[in-house]
Design a protein around this ligand. Structure first.
Ligand code: PLP
Length: 418
C-alpha cells in the first residue's frame, strides 16, 4: 500500500490543477459521436471532435468494422512479429503508402506510439559506431523542431539518449530561424560532429489550424542534407486535392522523407497510427522500434474500417469537398460576425478572444445554448492568446453551421464582444 504522504500529495496536486484552471472535466456523451451529440439528455452541436470527414459513425465504416469481426476476429493476442500480422495489416500498410505517395508504411497502435518509436529507434541506433579504448561509441543526431509541435514529439525526444541528441527548437514556423540553426551547426558542429539532421514539424498545428510551409521545408532539408519528418495527424484525409494531407496541399506530395499520422481523427476516428516513407526506413522500424515490436497489433475491425476509410475518400470526393467547404463557410461566418479568427483552410477554426476568463465564460454559455466547443487558455496556448477552437466536420449540415453561427452571435453580443 502506498504511503499516506503520497496520497496527500496527489490530492494536493489535483486541488492545484483546479485552482489553476487546468483540471480537465470529461463530459460524457450519451451514445454516438457526430455533428450533433447528446449530453445530459440534451442535444448539442459538436464542434470539438477531430471527426473532420464525418467518418466516426459513418454507416460504411461501421459496416466494415462489424464485418471484420466475423472474418478476422476481435483480436490477435500478439504483437506483429510473433503472430499478430494478418493479410489485412499488410494490405492497409500498402494502401496507405500508395495514398501518401511513398514506398511503404508501418502501423502502430497510435500516432503517439509511432512518434515515440520513430525517434527513439533512429537516434539511439549506433549504425556501426564503436567505442575506442573501452569508451562508449560517440555519435550525435540533431533535431530541429517547431516550438508548437505535438506533445508526442516532445516526449519522443525524451526517449532519445541525451548524449546522442542535439535538440534545437525554432520559433513556430520561423524558417529563417531554422536556417540560421542549420547554418550554425554546419559552421560550428558539436564536438564529434553531427551524424544526422532531422527537421521535425507538425503538418497542421492543432491549436492554430495552420499548415507548415512544407514546400520551403523540403527545399531547406535538401539544401542541408537533412531528413524531413512531418506529423500529419490533423491533415491526413483533410487537406490536399485527394486528402493526402499537408504535403499534397503544399505541392510536395511524395517528397517528404517521413510522414506520421493517425486513423484516430479524419480517417475513422478510432485508433491506429503509422509511419510512412522509404522502404528501408520502414523495415528498420519493424526490426528496431520498441513501441511497434513490443505492443499489440491493431485490431482487425480497426484495420478494415481504416481500409474502408481510405477507399471511401476516393469513391466519394464529396466528403473531402464538404470538409473543406464547411470549414471555409464557418470561418467566413465568424469573420463576418466581427470576430478575430486565425487564417487558414483547415477545419480547425480558432476564434481568438485573448482573455482566459472571457473564453471560459463564452464556452460555458455556448454549451448552455447548444454549441459544444473547447476553450483553450494558458498554459495550453500562450498567455493572452486564449481562444475557442471550433472543429468543423463534413458531417455538419448547412443548417447546423448556420444555427451554430447564430448562437455564437447571440453569446458574443451578450458578452459585448461584437
Ligand atoms: C499532431 C498530433 N500528433 C499525434 C497525435 C496523437 O495521435 P493518436 O491519438 O493516434 O495517438 C495527435 C493527437 O492529438 C496530434 O494532434
Amino acid at each position: 500500500m502506498y504511503s499516506p504522504k503520497l496520497s496527500a500529495d496527489i490530492k494536493k496536486e489535483l486541488e492545484n490543477l483546479t485552482s489553476l484552471g487546468k483540471f480537465k472535466v470529461e463530459r460524457e456523451i450519451d451514445g454516438l459521436q457526430g455533428p450533433e451529440v447528446t449530453l445530459n439528455g440534451k442535444s448539442v452541436l459538436m464542434f470539438a471532435s477531430n471527426n473532420y470527414l464525418g467518418l466516426s459513425n459513418h454507416p460504411e465504416i461501421v459496416k466494415a468494422a462489424k464485418s471484420a469481426l466475423d472474418t478476422d476476429g476481435y483480436g490477435l493476442s500478439s504483437v506483429r512479429f510473433i503472430s499478430g500480422t494478418q493479410t489485412i495489416h499488410r494490405a492497409l500498410e500498402k494502401k496507405l503508402a500508395q495514398f501518401l505517395g511513398v514506398e511503404d508504411a508501418i502501423l502502430y497502435s497510435t500516432n503517439f506510439m509511432s512518434n515515440l518509436g520513430f525517434f527513439a529507434s533512429l537516434v539511439n541506433e549506433p549504425f556501426g559506431a564503436v567505442g575506442v579504448d573501452g569508451k562508449p561509441a560517440v555519435w550525435k543526431d540533431a533535431i530541429y523542431s517547431d516550438a508548437l509541435n505535438h506533445a508526442s514529439i516532445i516526449d519522443a525526444f525524451k526517449l532519445c539518449a541525451r548524449e546522442h541528441l542535439e535538440k534545437r527548437i525554432y520559433p513556430h514556423k520561423d524558417l529563417q530561424a531554422l536556417r540560421t540553426m542549420l547554418e550554425a551547426d554546419n559552421a560550428n558542429p558539436p564536438v564529434g560532429g553531427l551524424r544526422n539532421k532531422i527537421i521535425v514539424t507538425d503538418g497542421v498545428f492543432s491549436m492554430e489550424g495552420d499548415a507548415a510551409d512544407l514546400a520551403e521545408l523540403v527545399k531547406i532539408a535538401d539544401e542541408f542534407g537533412a531528413m524531413l519528418f512531418v506529423d500529419d495527424a490533423h491533415a491526413v484525409g483533410v487537406l490536399g486535392a485527394t486528402g493526402a494531407g499537408t504535403p499534397e496541399y503544399c505541392g510536395v506530395h511524395g517528397k517528404v522523407d517521413v510522414l506520421t499520422g493517425t486513423f484516430g481523427k479524419a480517417l475513422g476516428g478510432a485508433v491506429g497510427g503509422y509511419v510512412a516513407g522509404r522502404a528501408e526506413l520502414i523495415e528498420f522500424l519493424r526490426q528496431k522500434s520498441r513501441t511497434y515490436m513490443f505492443s499489440n497489433s491493431v485490431p482487425p475491425s480497426v484495420v478494415m474500417a481504416s481500409i474502408r476509410a481510405l477507399d471511401l475518400l476516393k469513391e466519394d470526393p464529396s466528403l473531402l469537398k464538404r470538409a473543406q467547404s464547411n470549414a471555409a463557410f464557418f470561418r467566413a461566418g465568424l469573420v463576418n460576425l466581427g470576430f478575430k479568427v486565425l487564417e487558414g483552410e483547415h477545419p480547425i477554426v480558432p476564434l481568438m478572444l485573448g482573455d482566459a476568463k472571457i473564453t471560459q465564460e463564452m464556452s460555458k454559455r455556448l454549451l448552455e445554448k447548444g454549441v459544444y466547443v473547447v476553450g483553450l487558455w494558458f498554459p495550453v496556448v500562450p498567455e493572452g492568446a486564449a481562444r475557442l477552437r471550433f472543429q468543423v466536420s463534413a458531417a455538419h449540415t448547412e443548417t447546423q453551421l448556420k444555427k451554430a453561427l447564430d448562437i455564437v452571435k447571440e453569446v458574443g453580443t451578450e458578452l459585448g464582444l461584437i
